[in-house]
Design a protein around this ligand. Structure first.
Ligand code: ADP
Ligand code: UDP
Length: 237
């Protein structure tokens, strides 16, 4: 399989065609962005750490029966994935209140959400990724109703797997974002699951170990991502 032209350059990853029409290469760059691309920095080793971290999590999700696009690690910063027709919607599950929900609803950070709550956001940086509901998704044709149901089901299924996985490493999975796409009519988990797209706190101290370290200028961003990986038994080399 050979790498071909760039298909898309996102804020943190680049996507390349390959000579197999069903496969793409995802390149995890060191670029780190927040606030819909308004804050951007290069962080050494982040591409490599996120690529390996993502491969590990995608494998755990696949073992649990969640269909994912991840095929293989190609090298330190690149992975081979199934080419999906991406649904332009972000699926967010929250186990503990943090981030935008606190501002939007005036809720204190750290409140346990029981049951966990679910939100959809439209992938649209220009409009600040507005929150939407399933009626919007169907009315505007972003996805069909059965695909919306499936995205919710798979996002919650991932919650059970990932909460237990992180808790075994003494961490709380506060919230996370997943993106899905279609392959031959089937809803498949795409994009990534890394500390760039979730919140993870130390279970005892509640220290932040995720991208909030970058958003809030707390330092040791990649070091924290690596610490999370080590706690899950990952070795980044
Ligand atoms: P953004 O687009 O938000 O800046 P990234 O820098 O992470 O994000 O870019 C990666 C892009 O690749 C995203 O737009 C994502 O939806 C898309 N993508 C992820 N996985 C796949 C896939 N399997 N097939 C096609 N596109 C994908
Ligand atoms: N998230 C993401 N990409 C986005 C928006 C959110 O990965 O474009 C993740 C974010 O890292 C967090 C969860 O989704 O784990 C919920 O994010 P929130 O709505 O609180 O937005 P934030 O305040 O983090 O922008």
């Amino acid at each position: 399989m050979n790498k071909c032209d760039e298909l898309y350059r996102g804020k943190a990853k680049s996507v390349y065609f390959t000579d197999d029409p069903d496969l793409l290469i995802l390149h995890f760059r060191n670029d780190t962005s927040a606030f819909d691309g308004k804050k951007i920095e290069q962080l050494d080793r982040k591409g490599m750490v996120n690529n390996k971290f993502n491969a590990f999590i995608m494998a755990r999700l696949a073992e649990a029966g969640i269909p994912t696009h991840h095929k293989s690690l190609l090298n330190d910063e690149e992975s081979v994935v199934l080419k999906l027709d991406m649904i332009p919607v972000e699926c967010v599950v929250r186990n503990i209140a943090a981030g935008s929900i606190c501002k939007r609803l005036g809720i204190e950070e750290g409140l346990d959400l029981n049951p966990p709550t679910f939100e959809f956001f439209l992938k649209d940086d220009e409009r600040g990724d507005p929150m939407i509901n399933e009626y919007h998704i169907e009315s505007f044709g972003w996805a069909r109703s059965e695909h919306v149901v499936k995205m919710k089901e798979l996002t919650f299924a991932a919650n059970d797997v990932l909460k237990a996985l992180f808790l075994a490493g003494d961490m709380l999975l506060v919230d996370y974002k997943l993106e899905f796409g279609l392959y031959k009519g089937e809803v498949i988990l795409g994009d990534e699951f890394t500390p760039d797209g979730c919140r993870l706190w130390d279970a005892e101290t509640r220290e932040k170990l995720d991208k909030d370290r970058f958003r809030q200028g707390l330092g040791d961003v990649v070091e924290s991502y690596e610490l999370v990986g080590h706690r899950l038994g990952l070795n980044f080399g």
